[in-house]
Design a protein around this ligand. Structure first.
Ligand code: SF4
Length: 328
């Protein structure tokens, strides 16, 4: 089978925010929102970034979109280094890479009709107006399952699922190649989540879209993603193909998250591993960031040596002293 080329490559990405203090409000430290993250996203595939809130997953998405300036590292999109491209080059990038937000209501302008919302990017990027713009908008509405009669309605007249369809149609208007999906269904009722996920899969097949899928919901990630990275305090702690992550999780954090997924078959239920405490940025500076909460922590070096991300199996990387491997 032919391998897909990488549409996106993220190499050693860092995003630090200054922590200020003292009388003069000087910088006293860095808040490491994203700390040395690398992954590849092949064209037409879905790569999942999973973690608790505060793990850095949305910050990575914003760096890829260049809504945030990376502190270090490299972002290669479609063969071009876009890490520090200038404002005038960002315009084309904005068409190629689009974002779908968690809260569709907040991302849509309530004073614009559906037709105006979806048509606006056509005007901005292609100067398309009049009947040609209207035809394209109606085509896009049809693609995402909206009806012609919705054209003159306002976002507040729609359910959350339909609002998300409007957001998706707007994103598709500029014919993007890569969509950053930031918790696209977490604000929706369970009954409509599956409809939106199915729509996203259909659109991926139809337009050969590539997805960077950000979520804290492992069930949704398993359904949507080809490959998954688990993030903890800005670092990838485990990355592998989706089925490998769910069938053979190796990092204690991954094991705990997977053990907490409700199991429909009572006979197949395994014991849930409880993660102690909250996600805290206070951890041994030279040790494993997960050590204060790790149910498996028992090695002296857990507190004194940062575990490197090692390749423990083919396409399976883990950052934990319990596992041996080769440098990734
Ligand atoms: Fe737990 Fe130690 Fe592995 Fe960190 S390195 S996850 S503390 S066992």
């Amino acid at each position: 089978m032919k391998e897909s080329r990488n549409l996106l490559e993220v190499n050693n990405l860092k995003k630090y925010f200054p922590i200020r203090g003292g009388l003069l409000n000087r910088k006293i430290d860095d808040f490491r929102a994203v700390d040395d993250v690398s992954f590849n996203l092949p064209e037409g595939k879905t790569f999942g970034l999973v973690g608790e809130s505060g793990s850095g997953k949305t910050t990575i998405g914003k760096c890829v979109l260049r809504l945030l300036e990376p502190s270090a590292g490299q972002i290669i999109y479609n063969g071009q280094d876009i890490t520090h491209i200038k404002a005038n080059e960002l315009r084309r990038l904005r068409s190629d890479i689009q974002m779908i937000y968690q809260s569709p209501a907040a991302s849509l302008n309530g004073r614009m009709t559906v037709g105006q919302i979806i048509g606006e990017p056509l005007w901005i990027h292609e100067k398309l107006n009049g009947n040609r713009a209207r035809d394209r908008v109606l085509e896009l509405m049809n693609v995402v399952g909206l009806k012609e009669e919705h054209y003159y309605r306002y976002p507040h007249e729609f359910s959350g699922g339909q609002q998300q369809r409007i957001g998706i149609a707007r994103a598709l208007a500029v014919q993007p190649k890569l969509l950053v999906l930031d918790e696209p269904t977490s604000a929706l009722d369970v009954s409509v989540q599956a409809q939106i996920l199915n729509l996203l899969q259909d659109l991926q097949d139809q337009f050969n879209l590539t997805y960077l899928f950000i979520s804290h919901d492992l069930g949704v990630v398993r359904y949507m993603c080809d490959e998954v990275a688990l993030l903890y305090l800005g670092k990838i702690v485990e990355v592998a193909e989706t089925e490998t992550i769910f069938e053979q999780p190796k990092h204690p954090y991954t094991q705990a998250l997977i053990s907490a997924i409700p199991e429909p078959d009572p006979d197949a239920m395994s014991e849930e591993i409880i993660i102690q405490g909250d996600l805290s940025h206070t951890f041994p500076k030279n040790g494993c960031p997960f050590a204060p909460r790790c149910h498996a922590a028992k090695l002296d070096k857990c507190e004194t040596v940062v575990p490197p991300l090692l390749q423990v199996d083919q396409q399976h990387l883990v950052s934990c002293h319990l596992h041996q491997g080769e440098p990734a």
